[in-house]
Structures are given as structure tokens and as C-alpha cells.
Write a protein that binds this ligand. Sequence first.
Ligand SMILES: C[S@@+](CC[C@H](N)C(=O)[O-])C[C@H]1O[C@@H](n2cnc3c(N)ncnc32)[C@H](O)[C@@H]1O
Length: 270
Amino acid sequence: MTATDQTPRVPADAAAEWVARWDAQQEGYIPFREERFAVHADVVAAALEGVEAPVVVDLGCGPGSLTARLAERLPGAAFIGVDADPLLLGLAEAHYGDTARWVRADLADPSWTEALPPVVHAAVSTTALHWMGREALAALYRSLAARTAPGGVFANADHMPLPEARMNALAAAVGRGRTGRAEAGGRGEREEWGPWWDAALADDRLAPLRAEKRPTPQTTEDAPTGAAEHHHGSNLLSAADHVELLSGAGYSSAGVVWQAGDDHMVVAVR
Ligand SMILES: C[S@@+](CC[C@H](N)C(=O)[O-])C[C@H]1O[C@@H](n2cnc3c(N)ncnc32)[C@H](O)[C@@H]1O
């Protein structure tokens, strides 16, 4: 695990351009992604109302999009963004600077929690835990619960399959409809994941981040990884599975607070 204090800098304009291009690419997979960020902020702000200087951790923060949105809503909070990928984390640091402490760590390695203070008040994640196998995720939830202050919150938004094929087919139709409506809102043609990575890795302005040692892809018995280095498979856990794991990890209540098709936000309170 490394803090990114010594990450080589990339030009500010390049970082801004690549973070914006990341957000546009991700919006192709998560229609109305900004609205989902706002829901995250609603949950965290409500749960932490009255807490002085709360500590908020973003798991799999990527280039810092959710951290930055939450920081706007919670100006008194301290943020820690955790991610395994040096290029994405380097973009977060270059673009959002000291909005957060940016920590490079593998969330499937239990030692990642050494980057945390003894007590945190919220842990959030967006489109980032689907690659973790059930056992690794259960361990992550237990370690988070153990460090979360009473009344503190966990909020994870991600695509989570519904438990039955016909429901999944209808959820997919909802996803297509929402994507179409988002694009009708003027967002236009989407860049996909693979071309984004190909272009980012070919941009010499990002060479200092590209030269960083790449993380070893995580494999567990039940965590499929995709063929491409940066693409991770899905653990196929439903929202109900997440609720069960969170309840078993020591959170006092857990449930779905927001859903659109297979896009869910699962929340738990310590
Ligand atoms: C689809 S991206 C989402 C990033 C960000 N949350 C967002 O929504 O823009 C998935 C993120 O999970 C991170 N990730 C994948 N495996 C990881 C691991 N073993 N430990 C920590 N982060 C990991 C990736 O580096 C990537 O930033």
C-alpha cells in the first residue's frame, strides 16, 4: 500500500481533460450518474448530520469523481480515496489535489485498512466492488464495520443483478430506456471502456502514471476477472446478497435506498 505523495505530476490540463473524459465514458454505463452521486451525498449527509469533522472513505475511487462530489456537499469532512490503479489514482491526485488523501491499495488485501484512521464515519463506493468475490467482500465489510463509528454509514451503488431471469430482462429494458433518455439529454455518442484506456495509455502527457508499476489483477476462487487488464468481471451478487453480508458483518441495519433497473444503492448503518 502506498500513499501517492510521490506520484509524478501530470499537467493540470491533461488531468482535467482525462477526468472529464472518464466521467463521460462512465455515464455511458451509468445513465444519470450525477443523480446517483447526488443520492450518495443525500445518504451520507443525512447519516452524518451533526458529526464534527467526519472521515469518509471512497472505496475504488478511480479518478475521484464521487469523492469530489461528496466534498462539495460535506465541506467539513476529511476524505480518503482508495484505489489499486496508479493511473486513475494519479489522475485523482493531479485533478482534485488535497480534496482527499489518495491511497493506492488493493482492497482484497486485508492490510489496506492500515491506511485508515482508527475510526471512520462513512464508507462509500460507486461501480467498484462488483469484481470482489463473496468471501473477500464479506471480509471487507467486516473490517469496515469494525472501524465505523456507531451511527456511521456504508453506501455502495453498483449494477447488481436481480434474482430472477425475467426480472433481469425487465431491468435491462429499464437500463436501455434510461440510457436513451440520458443521451437524448444531449450527451451524445459514448466512448467505451476499452478505447478510453487505449487512448489514455497512449497519451504521453500521462507517461509518468503509465510508467508506474501496474497492479496485479486480483483473482479469487469466485471473483472472475476479464481478459483486459483493466476490466473486472462481476461477482453477480444481488442487492439482497449485499444486505445479508453487511448484516453479518456487524451493521445494525441494511437495505436498498435507491434503485433503477439493476442499478442499486445498498446502504448500511453501524
Ligand atoms: C469502474 S471503475 C469506478 C471508479 C470510480 N468509483 C468511478 O465511479 O468513477 C472501478 C474501480 O475499481 C478499482 N479497483 C479494481 N480492483 C481494485 C482493487 N483490487 N483494489 C482497489 N481498487 C480496485 C479500479 O481501479 C477502478 O478505479
